[in-house]
Design a protein around this ligand. Structure first.
Ligand code: SAH
Length: 196
């Protein structure tokens, strides 16, 4: 299908915050994503103690899974409510601190130190702030990015990846004439041109 009909659609930050406020979060999966279980070996590739990035993380329970496996998890999310719900729902104590490099941003870090969630826009991040990652779990992230921002998003993600990192990307296939998204339809050809 042609992705054309969704090309100019924009979902604002305020709209995302409102979705969290009104619990309009049908994208959240209480049970975690079966595809992460299925492809966990691909993500880890025999390695342990990885740094794993969750772009546009929401309160994805997979962050807890990976932390429990001994990895260090970093996420970014505009909704502070989402991040607080994440820690509360897993009974994880955390502390909150400002991020000196990003005005208005906060970092919520589990007391145990292995889960750090940035409350800001992903476009405010850079590798000098968050470092680079050995693995990425991109579910509800590229497909949630406004179509006009995809190039910027992908270029940023590439700068956040270590040389031998693995990137698991979940997309959805449907007729973009029938739904306005998000999740947006991202054609395979576009994924190739974005990430090479
Ligand atoms: N990946 C999560 C959430 C998917 S929904 C999951 O699998 O459940 C997309 C999320 O991205 C929403 O929680 C929204 O608040 C957040 N978001 C949207 N634009 C963002 C941006 N520019 N920077 C950071 N987070 C953003």
């Amino acid at each position: 299908p042609d992705a054309g009909p969704q090309r100019d659609r924009v979902v604002t930050e305020a709209e995302w915050l409102r979705r969290w406020e009104t619990s309009n979060i049908g994208f959240h999966k209480e049970q975690g994503h079966p595809l992460l279980q299925k492809y966990l070996d691909v993500l880890l590739n025999g390695r342990s103690g990885l740094r794993i990035f969750f772009p546009l993380c929401g309160k994805a329970v997979e962050m807890k899974w990976l932390a429990d496996l001994g990895h260090s998890v970093v996420g970014v999310e505009v909704s502070g409510q989402a991040l607080k719900e994440f820690f509360a729902e897993h009974s994880l104590p955390y502390r909150e601190e400002p991020v000196p490099e990003i005005s208005g941003a906060k970092k919520l870090q589990s007391t145990s130190g292995n889960i750090s969630l940035y409350c800001c826009s992903i476009y405010d991040l850079s590798s000098s702030i968050v470092g680079k990652f050995d693995g990425v779990w991109d579910r509800g992230a590229l497909v949630a990015v406004n179509p006009c921002d995809r190039q910027r998003y992908a270029s940023l993600m590439i700068t956040l990846m270590e040389k031998n990192s693995s990137y698991l990307l979940v997309t959805v296939l449907y007729d973009p004439n029938k739904h306005k998204g998000p999740p947006f339809y991202v054609p395979e050809s576009e994924i190739k041109s974005l990430f090479g």
